[in-house]
Design a protein around this ligand. Structure first.
Ligand SMILES: [Zn+2]
Length: 412
């Protein structure tokens, strides 16, 4: 389900799906107001909402704290209490959950008012402390090192490295999304596993779980979960008015059919890694960015529920577009919305796409090397002028391609 949600990369409706994968956020009762019930006292209400009698009285202009009317609506001062929560696995006790998240067990017991030894209902929500432990290097079982970023900006990609004393059948899920791990054998039978951690531009901000597990020799699954803090990308908004003859291209049936074509092309995760080192620019330096990745977009006065999934470089028709890294051509054909399209498979779920070309100069299945000619800049499809739209997808998630030109996000 998660994969399908991200395939629909530019739907704000997809946001709803993220909350299935927690840590979800719980809001204290009614949020900002509370209606006084029979028997209530100001002291009890203050305790319930984690505030004080004085703060409640001040926020509601109450002069006599002993007089409350049933039905009176009180403003609760301060932000509503927000705690992230996770759900338990079948058979887990609160102590297991604490171990899995590397949290002090008694702190978790106090927050949730549950005895440590009690077996939880599968899926029972367990509230976590608001402070997020992340970014530490730690070990569990035969895993000697687990390295990941403490925080990642929306739309950026993180790099995960897991080191084990012996080969293991590692399963890693990033917010419910299985990551394709690449194994690198080391000395003395040790193995290092690596993967990209892609963050959708519309995810969060907030903490999201990274779940690492493997079956031990006795068959018991050893598991560790942690949180990565997703921080705002601060992406600007842009209103786009399409020329009248191009507007018709946004017909939902056309958009949907084409989405299935490109989604199928970039869905493979089992292609071996085709490249190493940073990517090169797919177009000469003189052609500058005209529209950056991540910008929230509204078309023809509609809502800002789209975002720019790639990087646009302004260039006249006919300028050369080249492969930024080695790969296999996954798609090379004319489409209605994206125009003449080339998609490259770089391995392990990493794909790059080139839209609106005037000419396609490669064929599907062809192996290309860094710098090989893919096609020429054009103005085909849903485009308001000649330019190259370049996008980078990992497991179908559109991330900022420019990060791949500089950051160490590549296999060694
Ligand atoms: Zn674009």
């Amino acid at each position: 389900m998660y994969r399908r949600i991200f395939a629909i990369a530019f739907g704000i409706c997809a946001l709803a799906g993220f909350f299935f994968f927690a840590p979800t956020t719980a809001t204290a009762q009614s949020g900002a107001t509370y209606t006084v019930q029979p028997g209530d006292t100001l002291g009890e209400i203050a305790t319930r909402f984690g505030t004080s009698v004085e703060a409640l009285a001040a926020a509601n202009n109450i002069t006599n704290v002993n007089v409350l009317a049933v039905g009176q609506v009180l403003v609760i001062p301060g932000a509503p209490q927000m705690l992230p929560f996770v759900t338990s696995y079948p058979g887990e006790t609160l102590e297991d959950v604490a171990g899995r998240w590397g949290l002090p067990a008694d702190q978790l017991a106090a927050i949730n008012e549950v005895d440590l030894a009690v077996r939880l209902f599968p899926g029972q929500p367990i509230y976590l402390p608001p402070s997020i432990p992340a970014g530490e290097t730690l070990r569990f079982g035969v895993v000697t090192e687990l390295d990941y970023p403490a925080q990642i900006v929306q739309g950026q990609t993180g790099w995960l490295s897991v080191q084990s004393r012996r080969p293991i059948s590692l399963t890693v899920e990033w917010n419910g999304l299985p990551l394709a791990m690449a194994a690198h054998p080391l000395l003395d039978g040790e193995v290092r596993y690596t993967a990209h951690i892609p963050v959708p531009a519309l995810l969060g901000p907030g903490p999201f779980p990274l779940d690492v597990s493997y079956p031990a020799r006795n068959g018991v699954r050893v598991r560790h979960t942690t949180l990565i803090d997703i921080v705002s990308g601060g992406y600007p908004s842009q209103a786009i008015n399409l020329p009248p003859d191009r507007g018709a291209l946004l017909a939902p049936a056309l958009v949907q059919a084409e989405l299935i074509t490109v989604t199928t092309a970039w869905s493979a995760t089992d292609t071996p890694i085709q490249w190493s080192g940073p990517f090169l620019r797919p177009i000469a330096e003189e052609y500058q960015t005209t529209s950056a990745y991540g910008i929230r977009r509204s078309y023809d006065g509609g809502p800002y529920n789209n975002y720019h999934a790639g990087q646009d470089f302004g260039a006249p028709v006919g300028v050369m577009v080249t492969a930024p890294a080695a790969g296999i051509v996954a798609l090379a054909e004319p489409l209605v919305v994206r125009g003449n399209v080339v998609i490259l498979d770089h391995g392990r779920g990493v794909f790059t796409g080139y839209w609106h070309l005037s000419d396609i100069l490669v064929e599907a299945g062809q192996q290309v090397d860094t710098g090989d000619l893919l096609g020429l800049v054009g103005n085909t499809g849903l485009s308001t002028g000649a330019h190259l739209h370049w996008e980078l997808r990992i497991y179908g998630i559109a991330v900022d391609p420019m990060q791949f030109l500089t950051a160490p996000l590549f296999p060694e």
